[in-house]
Write a protein that binds this ligand. Structure first.
Ligand code: MN
Length: 300
């Protein structure tokens, strides 16, 4: 099942039907209880009770045309977005890194950086380098704390495609990756039962039609279960929280007018455009002389 958020700041949730239309399912949980947590987060929390109704709507179809609504990130208000810094060997090599996730741990991106499929990545500065990082992410289905690797699947609601947009430089990752619009996600979250094993999934990312990234999810250093086990040993994860698995080789600069597409097989195809309208001079210096070549300080 594929679930989307749309409307003002993800005010509505929908199921993508077999006929390709979207049925609005906001009414299943709203009950006049507006605001936070967002609608899709509440659907995830109550999914066991709502599943049959959602499946009926999915089969019935007859909703609005897919392209007729402006999508938000599938989960607009996760309590956190956790991301893996260096989780593919080939990306470690391209960044001239000597260490990876088993030395670095994970980092946080601000939930306010989320934007949906069809959205615009807004580059804040005119004198800094920004890169695309295509990634597979997963969405938590139930409260997860100290999860065992072999039990990880029980806590995963579903999967989505995420772009971890990154400013290169020496600032902390939480700064460089948390500008508003720096976390495109979508177009939907697809439930884990429809994805099955993630090991044979393939990740691709294009900028202006040029293929930059092409990897197998099985090449992850820490796979999905290991990553969930580790993250949940650090912090409690709640339904709707997003964990992004890291990016493979092929990150590169993005600029005004670029079109980025990231795709994971059996999960989805996420597209956004890039704008530098209103960009100003960077407030921070970045701490390095050369912004154009990846270095130890610049790792994604
Ligand atoms: Mn990343």
């Amino acid at each position: 099942m594929r679930l989307v958020s749309f409307g003002d700041n993800g005010s509505n949730a929908g199921v993508v039907c077999r006929d390709g239309t979207i049925r609005d399912v906001t009414g299943l949980v709203s009950d006049g209880f507006g605001g936070r947590p967002g609608v899709l987060r509440r659907i995830i929390e109550e999914f066991a009770n709502l599943k049959r109704k959602l499946q009926d709507l999915e089969a019935a179809g007859g909703g609005v045309r897919f392209g007729s609504v402006k999508l938000s990130a599938p989960v607009g208000d996760p309590t956190k977005i956790v991301a893996a810094p260096v989780n593919y060997i080939d990306h470690m090599e391209e960044m001239h890194q000597l260490s990876h996730i088993d030395a670095l741990g994970v980092f946080l991106k601000a939930p306010s950086s989320l934007v949906g499929h069809g959205g615009i990545v807004r580059l804040p500065y005119s004198n800094r380098r920004f890169d695309q990082e295509g990634e597979l992410c997963f969405v938590i289905g139930s409260v997860a704390r100290n999860v065992k690797v072999e039990e990880a699947d029980e806590y995963i609601f579903g999967y989505s495609v995420l772009l971890d947009i990154t400013m290169r430089g020496g600032e902390d990752r939480s700064t460089r990756k948390s500008f508003d619009t720096f976390t495109p996600m979508g177009p939907w979250v697809v439930t884990a039962d429809e994805v099955g094993s993630v090991d044979d999934l393939e990740l691709r990312c294009w900028v202006n039609g040029e293929l930059r990234q092409n990897a197998k999810i099985s090449d992850l250093i820490w796979g999905v279960p290991e990553l969930l086990a580790y993250v949940s040993s650090v912090m409690t994860l709640y339904p709707g929280d997003v964990v992004s698995t890291g990016t493979p080789k092929g990150v590169g600069p993005i600029g005004d007018g670029d079109e980025i597409v990231a795709e994971v097989s059996r999960v989805g195809r996420l597209g956004v455009s890039v704008s530098s309208a209103g960009a100003t001079f960077s407030v921070t210096r970045g701490g390095i002389a050369d912004q154009t070549q990846p270095s130890d300080e610049q790792s994604g």
